[in-house]
Each structure stands twice: as structure tokens, then as C-alpha cells.
Design a protein around this ligand. Structure first.
Ligand code: AMP
Length: 585
């Protein structure tokens, strides 16, 4: 398979893939099983057989914990990677998702990078089908990489997109579409990188047709960076001289080719736009030919839509890919739809997909308990057999040694494109809070609360109820916990020392997962806040949910508040606000 397909071919390929979805799924599974059946992991179950029917019968559905011992043998003991997969492993992919405090590690192969290139070019074709003139302009995509770390076996470990941006494929097939020269993307100092990428984007502002970043949160933060740096960027453009604090050689070299002479006219135009009192619609003012914003704004990213909408002045905000460290997964084939209607079509030759019907005792935002599917229907089904309106947990078999592996995402079937189902992303299994790339599950939040409330015990205080809220109105965003307290043995509101609650904030943070702490250290998540609410606040919250349809006996306090009205009920009853005073170790 050619890693890159042309824009013209792309849509036809997508049609073929979706018309013959089951054929491509079976073919891919056959290839994966034939190639890898001799690996220790598979052979243990297949016992010398190498056909896909035996695979479906005998290989257990697993999650990260199931493959972790094999990964550790490869990355720590330096055992050959063919205990898990036949293809040569070129590195280790670090996932941003966390399983109980640790980033997941997965094998990286050249084949995976080729597949990613292929799927990304299909996604671009899908956009070009609906947005005219895209190929005539450039995309200002704000892209970043993380420094490599090396595992004991000597392999580089990094996020999948860092591997992709460092790959030959990216350089050869994609980088010419973008305003950012590769060296500015690969710069390891994120401040110099973003500054230079903005400078390049402003210097080519009349060519820019699309502005994007991987996630909505990244673009939102980038615009806040622009708010702080536009004067300096203007001055660089006015004088034709790059700021002296840009010391990265790659950035300096790239800019020396673009910032070649003073351009006071452009600087005036940019200054004019940026110095206006409100930044409403700033994107279209600075980059007037922009046709759309390209950021993932589904799932936990939906919370950034109102803020981005303000800056983008009605431009379509397109969520195009659905992907994970494990594999590229799907493409939104109707990119101009409303953000709330986004569905993804899984690419049938990207991975072999199975779906576990969700017996969902889903504690949703309404505090309701729902049971979607009948008990007897709990067997995994293939792509061709999912049912409209049903919820499933996604299971993948990939070219990188993951077999029947649960990614942890809940999806709902919303329709079909030809014979391929389309899925709405419902939520990450278990995640309640996320303001940046970190994700905190209900269990992790509970564990942190359990540790923090121990500090109350010596003062005879009890935490009677709690919930949380991801506050992204601040930059960086931060976690807010609503706490209702009482004196043990009485219904009274306790007198407390503010320092005690501040300590509870930092203790909570210390017991959150490592990615949360990393984000705190990098200041992409702000200090955790506890808002103490008056007595009865959580009763009022329950009354509200019951009035919305939740039954009294089934009501559970939602552990994360997403409804505006529910938030107001608690926030209007706040009697004190306290912040963590230290960055967690
Ligand atoms: P990671 O492997 O750490 O990069 O995270 C991948 C996860 O990000 C997926 O399993 C999803 O939970 C989430 N994700 C990726 N793409 C999307 C999308 N388009 N919409 C919603 N969530 C997404």
C-alpha cells in the first residue's frame, strides 16, 4: 500500500473502503494473524494454528494490563520484540492516557507510520471534498514534539505524533502543506517553537486557508500566547529582525529564509487587528482567507468550543480524525457538520475492530442509571454487525502487536456511510475530568479525596459530599472540587482554618496520576481549587437532578458537573475558595 494517496484518489478510496468494509476488515485480520501467529503471545493461545477463526475464538479480549508483561520484557529486559509481533520495532509509543498513574507503552513500527500517513491523507481528501480551494493555500497547523526518552533496552520512547512529525513521511508528504517549517515544529523549546510558528503563519497570512492544532485545547492556549506576544511579533515583522531570545538553530535558520526584510505595512495591519479592544473574530482578521478551524473538539475537548467560537467568528470548527496511540481509528466524513453532530467512520484497513456491547450502568450527567443492552448480548461483534443507536466499547487488533485490545473508548452508532457504521465518541471509559492532555477517572478522583479528607479527621470534620468541575475559564485550566463539610455528630457547618483546606488541595493533587502532576509542573494545568459550599448545597443539587428526571432511589451524585445549571446551584452556595499552594512532586 502506498503510504500517501492523492487528494483526487482519496475520496474514491474511502468509498471503496466503506462499501466493502467487511471485506477489508477480514483481509486485514488475516494478514495480521498469518504474520504474527508464531509470536509467543499469540501462539500461547493459538497452539500452532494461524487462521482468523481460531484467533476470534481463542484470543482473549484484554487491556493494557494484559500486554504489559510482554512490553516490559521488551523495553526493560531487552528481549526480542517478536515475542509480541513479527515486524521490527523501531521505538516505543508513549500514550498520554494513563493506567493507574503510568503512561502506557506500545511498540512502534514503520508500518504504523505508513498507515498513519495513509489515513491522514484520506482525512485530507474528505475535507477537500467539502471545502473548496484548500489546495491553493497553506494550513497554519500548530504542531509540537516532545523530547525523546530512552527505555532501558535503548529504544526511543515518545508520543505517536512526535514519531510521526520526525518521520520521513511527514517531511516528504505533508510538511509542504503547512506554514511552519519542520525545524520550528521539531524545536524542543515549546515557547520558541510556538513563537516561530506564529511568526511564520503571520508572514504567510494571505496564503493561510486553515488554522489548526491537534486538540481544541492546544489552539485555545496558542491564542492566549498570541495575546501576550503579538506586539513582539509585529516588531519582528516591522524591522525584519528576529527576537534575540530565539536561539534554537533550526528556528533561526528557518526564519532567516522567511524574515528577509522589514515589512511595516504587514506589521501595521496585524497591529491594527490585535490592538482592538475585543479579540472577537481575531482569527479571521489576522488570516482573512481562513476557511475553517481544524481541531478535535469532541469528547472532553467540547468544553473549548465556546471560547474558540469567540475567536473564530463563525468559521466552521472541524473535528476530522479520531485516533489514538494504539492506531489511527476513524475519519469524520461529513466535516462541515455541527460539532455536536460529529461522527467518525472507522477506517476498515487501519485496524481490525470489534465492539463490546456496553451493559451500561452508566452514571451519566443526569445521575440516571441506564441499561442499554440485554445481558445475553454481551459478546463482541464485528464492524459489519453493530446496531444503530447502540453503545459499544472499542476493541482493536493492530499491526503493532495489540490483539483484541480495549482502548477504553465508548462509542455510539449514529448512522452508516455505505456499509460502514459511523460512531459518535461518547466518552473515555472512566474519565471524569480533563482540562489538558491529562485524564482523571472517577476512581482516581475518589482515591485522592479519600487521602485528602484524612486531614479533616483530627478536627472532627466530615466531608459529606463532593463533586468536581473542569474550569477552563482560567488559563491554564484547573480542577475545582466542591466540598460540603460538617462537624462529626452534628449537622453544623464547621469553623475551619483556611490553611487546612489549602493542604487538602495539595494532598488531593499529590494523589492524582502522574500525567496530572506533569501537567501541573509544566503549568498546563493550574492549582487545584476547593470550593466549600454551605450546608444543603448537595441536597439542592439532587433536587435539581430529580426535577430533570432522575429517580430518587437511583440518584448518585455526579462526580463531575457538566451542566451549567447544576454548576450554578453549587457555585451560588460557595462560602470559601482555596487553592493548592504547591506544585505536586
Ligand atoms: P492517546 O492514545 O493518549 O493519544 O489518546 C487517545 C484517546 O484520545 C482516544 O482513545 C480517545 O479517548 C481520545 N480521542 C482521540 N481522538 C478523539 C476524537 N476525535 N474525539 C474524541 N476523543 C478523541
Amino acid at each position: 500500500m502506498e503510504p500517501k494517496v492523492s487528494v483526487e484518489e482519496g475520496w474514491n478510496i474511502l468509498e471503496d473502503l466503506t462499501i466493502n468494509a467487511d471485506h477489508f476488515q477480514q483481509k486485514l485480520l488475516e494478514e495480521i494473524v498469518t504474520k504474527n501467529a508464531g509470536c509467543e503471545y499469540l501462539n500461547k493461545f493459538l497452539d500452532g494454528q494461524a487462521d482468523k477463526e481460531t484467533f476470534k475464538k481463542k484470543i482473549p479480549i484484554t487491556n493494557y494490563d494484559g500486554i504489559k508483561p510482554y512490553i516490559e520484557r521488551i523495553v526493560v529486559n531487552g528481549e526480542p520484540s517478536d515475542i509480541l509481533l513479527a515486524d521490527p520495532v523501531t521505538g516505543i509509543t508513549l500514550s498520554s492516557g494513563t493506567s493507574r498513574g503510568q503512561a502506557k507503552m506500545m511498540p512502534l513500527t514503520n508500518k504504523q507510520i505508513d498507515l498513519l500517513t495513509y489515513c491522514r491523507s484520506l482525512a485530507l481528501s474528505a475535507t477537500c471534498k467539502f471545502v473548496d480551494g484548500l489546495e491553493q493555500g497553506k494550513q497554519m497547523q500548530l504542531l509540537f514534539v516532545r523530547p525523546d526518552v530512552y527505555v532501558p533496552a535503548g529504544l526511543p520512547a515518545r508520543p505517536i505524533l512526535t514519531s510521526y512529525h520526525k518521520s520521513k513521511n511527514f517531511e516528504k508528504y505533508e510538511s509542504s502543506l503547512y506554514t511552519s517549517p519542520i525545524s520550528t515544529i521539531l524545536c524542543l523549546d515549546s515557547k520558541q517553537s510556538i513563537y516561530c510558528q506564529f511568526l511564520c503563519g503571520l508572514l504567510q497570512r494571505d496564503e493561510v486557508v486553515c488554522i489548526g492544532a491537534v486538540f481544541a485545547s492546544v489552539l485555545f492556549r496558542a491564542i492566549r500566547f498570541l495575546e501576550d506576544h503579538w506586539r513582539e511579533l509585529c516588531s519582528n515583522i516591522r524591522t525584519g529582525h528576529l527576537s534575540d531570545w530565539i536561539t534554537d538553530t533550526g528556528c533561526k535558520n528557518a526564519l532567516s529564509l522567511m524574515l528577509t526584510k522589514p515589512n511595516p505595512e504587514q506589521a501595521d495591519l496585524i497591529e491594527d487587528a490585535c490592538s482592538s479592544k475585543s479579540w472577537e473574530g481575531i482569527i479571521t482578521k489576522l488570516w482573512p482567507k481562513t476557511k475553517y478551524i481544524d481541531v478535535i473538539s469532541t469528547g472532553s475537548m467540547a468544553q473549548y468550543l465556546p471560547s474558540l467560537g469567540f475567536y473564530c467568528d463563525g468559521l466552521p470548527i472541524i473535528s476530522l480524525p479520531y485516533a489514538s496511540s494504539e492506531s489511527f481509528l476513524g475519519i469524520n466524513l461529513n466535516p462541515l457538520c455541527k460539532p455536536s453532530d460529529v461522527s467518525y467512520t472507522l477506517v476498515p484497513n487501519a485496524a481490525y475492530f470489534e465492539f463490546l456491547p456496553v451493559m451500561e450502568h452508566e452514571s451519566n450527567d443526569l445521575g440516571l442509571t441506564q441499561k442499554h443492552n440485554k445481558e445475553e448480548e454481551n459478546e463482541p461483534v464485528e464492524l459489519a454487525n453493530v446496531k444503530l443507536g447502540r453503545c459499544y466499547e472499542l476493541v482493536v487488533t493492530t499491526v503493532t502487536g495489540l490483539y483484541r485490545y480495549k482502548i477504553g473508548d465508548l462509542l455510539m452508532v449514529t448512522g452508516f456511510h455505505n456499509n460502514a457504521p459511523q460512531f459518535q465518541f461518547v466518552r473515555k471509559q472512566d474519565v471524569v475530568l480533563s482540562v489538558d492532555v491529562e485524564k482523571t477517572s472517577e476512581d482516581e478522583l475518589l482515591e485522592a479525596m479519600t487521602k485528602a479528607k484524612l486531614l479533616l479527621k483530627p478536627y472532627d470534620m466530615l466531608l459529606t459530599d463532593y463533586t468536581s468541575y473542569a474550569d477552563i475559564s482560567t488559563v491554564p485550566g484547573h480542577y475545582v472540587l466542591f466540598w460540603e463539610l460538617k462537624i462529626e455528630g452534628s449537622g453544623d457547618m464547621p469553623e475551619y482554618n483556611p490553611t487546612l483546606i489549602e493542604q487538602c488541595c495539595s494532598t488531593s493533587e499529590e494523589h492524582l496520576n502522574y500525567l496530572y502532576k506533569n501537567c501541573r509542573k509544566g503549568n498546563t494545568v493550574g492549582p487545584l481549587e476547593i470550593r466549600v459550599v454551605e450546608q444543603g448545597a448537595f441536597d439542592a443539587l439532587m433536587d435539581f437532578y430529580i426535577s430533570k428526571g432522575s429517580s430518587f432511589s437511583q440518584y448518585k451524585t455526579p462526580r463531575c458537573i457538566k451542566l451549567e445549571e447544576a454548576f450554578k446551584i453549587l457555585d451560588s452556595r460557595v462560602v470559601g475558595r482555596y487553592f493548592s499552594q504547591k506544585v505536586p512532586a
